[in-house]
Design a protein around this ligand. Sequence first.
Ligand code: URA
Ligand code: CA
Length: 445
Amino acid sequence: MNMVQIIEKKKLGQALTAEEIGFFVKGAAKSEEDGGLPRYQLAALLMAIRLNGMDREETKLLTLAMTHSGDVVDLSSIPGIPVDKHSTGGVGDTTTLVLAPLVAACGVPVAKMSGRGLGHTGGTLDKLESIRGFDVSLSQERFLEQVRTIGCAVIGQTANLAPADKTLYALRDVTATVDSLPLIASSIVSKKLASGAQAIVLDVKTGAGALMHTTEDSIALAQTMVRIGCDAGRNMVALVTDMGEPLGSHVGNALEVKEAIDVLAGRTQGPLLTVALELGARMLVLGGAAKDVPEGKAKMEAALHSGAGLAKLKEMIIAQGGDPTCCEDVSALPQAPVVVPCPATENGYIAAMDTVGLGNAAQQMGAGRTTAEDVIDPAVGFVMQVRIGDRIAAGEPLAIVHARNEVSAREAVCAIQRCVQLTGVPVAPCKLIHAFVSSESVERL
Ligand code: URA
Ligand code: CA
């Protein structure tokens, strides 16, 4: 097999064969020292794919080759149907911390491998690590044992999960080839397939803060991913949900854990709970614990109101070595020393938010990383006080900032003021759930 010919073929817009795709994926999974392909050839091929696309069959072949480029987790020792959930990434998106315990409390096992935050989006592992002692690096044996005994566990991805994706994603990041539908779909779905769940609910974000900015592009991404998952023999569906503004009001690691606990304790309602119930209801349907979405939602709500969801989170924290005090007393979570309001500079209605800018502001405060080696400050971030459509007067708070020091707090206040756009005329609130995508249909909601 000749890599130059493969690049040439894709340059001319022709479809690649299974052998050709298998060849370059193998070459990406291995380091160059270890006989892998030169990274400049892979980079050239990625640009050709970005410009000329891949058809449905090629995208499926690419995904399957990437799935099998490393370990595939075997969840067959877990009784019942383990269900996974994946978000394409957002700001203030803590649905996993609400969902995993609620779904497990309803009897469907959740064996979840999560990622860390990078850039403007938060990561579930970083959030969980703001709970004192919480261990996200359990062995496979302990991970499976925990799911068998208490019904849920959240850990980091094993080192050898879809290694071809690690190479290709890093190259895409520095060659302006992230924004390719077949490359995004194969990257996400290969990791989900390798994580072993039989049933998977995708939360495809749409809007200013998402990978895809329009509803139609987000639906197309959801359809591509769902088709691949179903072609691979898994039961996969997707919801397209809004990221035109942060989902929850809390942005920052310990702050997001606090919001998840507030939701599970019944103290907080709102968009985070709404999206968590929608996703969770679909997980219960795929997991065989509900006959339809309304029954799934009713079961999730019952687990919320009885306290079973919060009790399950507490069990999971204890099982993973964490201090569960925060479940009763959220002030046990790391607290930032400087807490100041971020005032609106004029009267008006909230017209739009620069969600990426807000995520970057939290990252600048220390809540996120610029490089994979950066150390996170779990306590910092901010709590939004407004949503799109709200009316506000000059001087009233847009957000409450939780900072490490005065300088950081001042910078965050300015950044948040820049990210929130005001107008003099009334604005409608954002729609939260845009579509449901299955292998058979697209339901616009
Ligand atoms: N997340 C991924 O894992 N891969 C992509 O390509 C984009 C987002
Ligand atoms: Ca996330």
